[in-house]
Each structure stands twice: as structure tokens, then as C-alpha cells.
Design a protein around this ligand. Structure first.
Ligand code: HEM
Length: 72
């Protein structure tokens, strides 16, 4: 599934909506991790390319979550 960049913000994990993040062109479903669309002040519905690498756990964590599409 291709997910347009401008609609990624729709998946903000709020009001029962799923929480998606994008990373290096792929879109991941992180709903189980992001409570109310947030995980350690990191907001769902964003492209984290160039950001995730700087987090305490690095970027390998994304591989634990399902890929739901590609960022268009
Ligand atoms: C820029 C955004 C992010 C920030 C600021 C951030 C920050 C943190 C911090 C401070 C922790 C350690 C405290 C805790 O265990 O809750 C943590 C843990 C964790 N984060 Fe993130 N994170 C970010 C994005 C992500 C993303 C995108 C994923 C997965 C796709 C992720 C997956 C995890 C996991 C699985 C843990 C549990 C500890 C572990 O298994 O390494 N985080 N995060």
C-alpha cells in the first residue's frame, strides 16, 4: 500500500486511530507501542528518518513492528 506523505499525520494514534510512523520510505504500524499517539514524547504520524538513529535504542527497533506500506 502506498501512503501519501500528506496523509501520514492522519494515523496519529488518537481517538482510536492507528499509530503509524515512517522510516526510510517504509510505514510501520506502532499502535501497540504509542499510547494515545505518543511514545516518550515522540508523536505518531511522522516521518522519523534522520531522527530515530539518534534515539537511545537506535533504529533497529523498527524491525519489531509490521510494515503497512510505503511512503509516497
Ligand atoms: C523519536 C522518537 C522516539 C523517541 C524519543 C524514543 C525514546 C525512547 C526511550 C527514551 C526509550 C527508553 C525508555 C522506555 O523504555 O520507554 C524507548 C524505548 C523503546 N522504544 Fe523508543 N523512541 C522513539 C521512537 C521509537 C520507535 C519509532 C520505535 C519502534 C518503531 C521505538 C521502539 C522502542 C522500544 C521497543 C522500546 C523499549 C525498549 C527496547 O526494547 O529497546 N521507539 N524509546
Amino acid at each position: 500500500m502506498k501512503i501519501p506523505k500528506k496523509s501520514l499525520g492522519f494515523y496519529n494514534g488518537r481517538d482510536g486511530q492507528k499509530a503509524f510512523i515512517a522510516y526510510k520510505g517504509k510505514v510501520y504500524d506502532v499502535t501497540e507501542l504509542y499510547k494515545d499517539g505518543e511514545h516518550n514524547s515522540c508523536i505518531a504520524g511522522n516521518d522519523l528518518t534522520g531522527v530515530l538513529e539518534m534515539m537511545p535504542h537506535g533504529d533497529e527497533v523498527v524491525s519489531r513492528y509490521p510494515v503497512v506500506g510505503e511512503l509516497e
